[in-house]
Design a protein around this ligand. Structure first.
Ligand code: ZN
Length: 162
């Protein structure tokens, strides 16, 4: 029986790319919780997790199309160094929010993918676009979500703002 919807599921995971490079891990900052059926997780990842038993471990591989899509080489923008705010750390991988147009209401998240003298390349692809994701998941907890959690659409822990 797969885990039903509206359960708070706790997982720990290591995430690596196809070459085994560690992209993310929960083992340092603590586990991740999500509500089943709430759409918080990538659908394929959730579909695999809900078939796991409590305390089970599983390797789950997502292809780019099942994760953050293909990498779009045209979804970049080259800007001059002085067009960026002064307080930004000019390093490959630094994430920032960019207003795409003047007075744009929406800000898009991007990251610095290239620094060439005065020219900075901002990449608007998701940092994991084009990558296959290799998860090693451990299912460490499970309980029904409370009514309040279901109304808010997220898990309540001991954080101050809920
Ligand atoms: Zn809440």
């Amino acid at each position: 029986m797969p885990i039903q919807d509206n359960q708070v599921v706790t997982i720990q995971y290591n995430l690596t790319d196809a070459d085994g490079n560690l992209l993310d891990t929960t083992y340092e900052e603590g586990p991740m919780e999500f509500i089943t059926g709430s759409g918080e997780l990538l659908p394929k990842l959730e579909a695999e997790i809900i078939t796991m038993p409590l305390n089970g471990k599983k390797k789950i591989v997502l292809q780019p199309a099942e994760a953050y899509g293909d990498y779009d080489p045209e979804d970049i923008q080259v800007v001059k160094r002085d067009e960026l705010p002064d307080d930004i750390e000019l390093e490959i991988g630094t994430e920032l929010l960019a207003e795409v147009e003047e007075d744009a209401e929406e800000e898009l998240s991007c990251f610095i993918s290239k620094i060439d003298g005065d020219e900075i390349t901002l990449d608007f692809n998701h940092p994991l676009a084009g990558k296959s994701l290799h998860f090693e998941v451990e299912l460490t907890g499970m309980r029904p979500a409370t009514q309040e959690e279901l109304e808010h659409g997220h898990v309540h822990g001991d954080e101050e703002f809920e």
